[in-house]
Design a protein around this ligand. Sequence first.
Ligand SMILES: Cc1ncc(COP(=O)(O)O)c(C=O)c1O
Length: 239
Amino acid sequence: MARVYLTGSGSEATEAAIKISRQFFLEKGQQKRVNFISRWESYHGTTLGALALSGHRVRRAPYIPFLMENIHHISPCYTYRQLKAGESNAAFVTRKAAELENKFQELGPETVIGFIAEPVVGAALGCVPYVPGYLKAMRDVCHKHGALFILDELMCGMGRTGSLHAWQAEDVAPDIQTMGKGLGGGYQPIAAMMVSHVVLDQIMKGKNEFIHGHTYEGMPVQAAAALEIQKIFQDENLI
Ligand SMILES: Cc1ncc(COP(=O)(O)O)c(C=O)c1O
């Protein structure tokens, strides 16, 4: 990853991810890209953009009239309910990738900004990890269509799955990633969005800086606490 944008909450990090993804394509001259694909039974935050991405039906319900209509949901990766009798994990992953591919085709691949998922779904589904091969298969569908592969690691990242980032277990780096919670260890309100070199380079080459911002962001006290917490992770080999 190439650059980190520090925010005060996970929801703010998701909003930043939504906006930088759109700006990435505007700078590339691909104005038609307006759609996001996300998953049911997911949670990406409480603010309206992040809630629209989320697939948490109860939390969405009262606000449906306010949610962006250019966000489209596919099923989560949930073998407990979805694995068919006799179906292997590999066949299951192929089926999931085909569902994503179909959604791209339905929307028009040239209109899709990206796909967002939690590698391990947190509260919205109950600690449900991805099936081996899933992240790579979903990333490959995104990249085949020039779209972004975005991972929400707010709940599952920062060491909670045995590697600093959950995606590192399969070495499937995203184009954009969010992180939080363990970043501040509960001591300071801090979360972050990270972008890959591909995204950063395009923004740097473009006409504009990132058209986004809060009065308070990248706050030094929060950053100092987060840095100290990461040092403790390393010194005490907590991960
Ligand atoms: C996966 C995931 N994304 C986003 C969020 C939103 O983060 P915050 O509550 O800090 O706004 C959460 C919060 O639980 C989460 O679990």
